[in-house]
Design a protein around this ligand. Structure first.
Ligand SMILES: [Zn+2]
Length: 105
């Protein structure tokens, strides 16, 4: 197939527009998913856990509502450019108790 010289201009402009649209889509999707990920920690915070189970948060310790132990570990479940999202899980029974986010930048 033979293309005339002015066809190349249209192809060039088309490719540039396509790259622009794809770049814009990537930026918009990245913002959307970043918000979604950061929202993961807002769903069940320590404050909410304390409000729900006031007797299980005492003397700076958090106790599991399922098995009543205070042996809790922190597991990183997600990260964004600004935050690390942690899940606080009971070491004894594996129940997730609450989540937190830590600002890194
Ligand atoms: Zn437990």
């Amino acid at each position: 197939m033979f293309l005339k010289e002015d066809h190349f201009d249209y192809i060039f402009i088309g490719v540039i527009v396509l790259i622009g649209v794809i770049a814009l889509l990537i930026i918009v999707m990245n913002r959307f998913y970043t918000k979604q990920i950061e929202h993961m920690a807002d769903e069940c915070t320590l404050k909410e856990y304390e409000q729900r189970y006031p007797h299980l948060v005492r003397h700076g310790k958090v106790y599991c509502y399922h098995c009543n132990t205070s042996n809790i570990y922190m597991k990183q479940i997600a990260f964004t450019y600004h935050y690390l999202i942690h899940s606080h899980i009971c070491r004894h029974c594996g129940t997730e108790l609450y989540r937190s986010k830590m600002q890194v930048r």
